[in-house]
Design a protein around this ligand. Structure first.
Ligand SMILES: Cc1cc2nc3c(=O)[nH]c(=O)nc-3n(C[C@H](O)[C@H](O)[C@H](O)COP(=O)(O)OP(=O)(O)OC[C@H]3O[C@@H](n4cnc5c(N)ncnc54)[C@H](O)[C@@H]3O)c2cc1C
Length: 361
């Protein structure tokens, strides 16, 4: 494609979902990734659609709820294009109230011990007070092949192993320099996740990597886990096979370690120990896998969605931190609306790349 309407940098869940949305509106789209598509944060994630996690910034709620409402159609569209079904593995979450968080408990009752042991026999709640949330989770490693096959079924141009090096933006187009050539597009959207390609953002809005280490264990038959268990320290997310819970993802560390993705046995052991305090059989569950990924984070934990300062054709859609899987469908929708000159479905002011620093920053 010599002159696409839109060039997207980054083939993670954000870049590819947005590419599909823009293609659906009749635009010619090219996506360039420095490596393989969906090989970074988007397949390292646990896959919780945690719109009502009490630790999310309150400003995120309208975008999160929009995304939840779009998820069924998003998955249906992937199925139509790819033939691959992406199932939800769970539909409820036992959420421990973080200390000092009383707001959620005003809307959702704290579970009595009897109710808790009916929901999850074998749970040792300690001092935690748990609530039951309606919240789904999916497996990002099932979502990724469906999203990729969906993109590949369209004329969207996907170039892998093509890092974008330099961007030159003028009034009516953008020049995108790779090692091999120069691409011209009407608009450029930075979806490079933790790598944050855009250097013209104010310093308080720069994106940085926050490392997350995780492990997966085989679930013993004595532990039929059918919901997500989440406390401020740890989450345990079951993956099912024909409705039987077979493995559990345990996560995750949140670290500032640059772009290092080393897995440290001591950190993995600590995650397992925290999970075992809640569900003792996890102490001896066979380890299946460990991995680490890099979340794109901002200082205020809110994404960056919109045009960058001083440019009319250079946009960013990144900084989704712990919620990029949840927020991908809504991000694609509102970014496409912005680019088409329509009013976005939710107020994007909290996510503006022009927002001022918060008082504590
Ligand atoms: C351990 C862990 C657990 C998580 N759990 C959840 C969860 O349960 N629920 C949830 O909603 N979210 C979760 N997340 C967060 C979620 O994974 C991220 O917010 C989301 O994947 C970000 O997607 P992205 O497309 O912005 O980034 P990525 O998937 O990282 O994609 C960015 C892409 O940009 C490419 N790129 C970088 N620089 C360049 C360049 N110069 N040129 C071209 N391409 C470039 C990279 O190669 C990469 O493919 C978790 C993350 C981690 C690490």
């Amino acid at each position: 494609m010599s002159h696409p309407d839109i060039c997207i940098a980054g083939a993670g869940i954000v870049g590819l979902s947005l590419a599909l949305e823009l293609h659906g509106r009749g635009m010619r789209v090219a996506v360039l990734d420095r490596g393989e598509p969906l090989a970074e944060a988007s397949t390292a994630a646990a896959g919780m659609l945690a719109a009502h996690d009490p630790e999310n910034p309150p400003e995120l709620l309208p975008l999160s709820e929009l995304s939840l409402s779009l998820y069924p159609d998003f998955l249906e569209r992937l199925f139509d294009l790819s033939g691959l079904q992406v199932p939800f593995h769970t539909s409820t979450t036992l959420q421990a109230l973080p200390p000092g968080h009383h707001e959620l408990a005003r809307h959702v009752p704290v579970l009595a011990p009897e109710a808790l042991s009916l929901l999850l026999p074998g749970l040792t709640p300690g001092d935690h007070r748990f609530l039951l949330l309606s919240e789904q989770s999916l497996d990002p490693r099932e979502l990724a092949p469906a999203l990729l096959a969906a993109v590949r079924s369209t004329p969207i141009e996907l170039r892998t192993h093509t890092p974008i090096r330099i961007l030159r933006s003028n009034d009516d187009s953008v020049e995108i320099h790779t090692a091999a050539d120069v691409l011209h597009a009407s608009r450029f959207i930075d979806c490079t996740g933790a790598w944050g390609f855009t250097s013209t953002l104010p310093s308080h809005l720069r994106v940085s990597p926050r490392k997350g280490q995780m492990l997966a264990v085989a679930l013993p038959p004595s532990l039929p886990l059918h919901l997500v268990l989440r406390t401020p320290e740890i989450y345990i997310v079951p993956r099912t096979n024909n409705a039987t819970a077979v493995r559990a993802i345990i996560g995750a560390t949140v670290e500032s370690a640059g772009f290092d993705k080393t897995i440290y046995p001591a950190d993995i052991a600590r995650l397992r120990a925290l999970a075992s305090q809640l569900l003792p059989p996890i102490a001896d569950a066979p380890e299946l896998e460990t991995w680490a990924g890099l979340r794109p984070s901002t200082l205020d934990n809110l994404p960056l969605l919109g045009p960058v300062p001083g440019s009319t054709n250079h946009y960013v859609a990144t900084g989704h931190f712990r919620n990029g899987i949840l927020l991908a469908p809504a991000t694609a929708r509102v970014m496409a609306q912005l680019i088409a000159g329509e009013r976005p479905s939710v107020n994007l002011a909290p996510f503006s790349p022009l927002r001022p620093p918060r008082p504590q920053q």
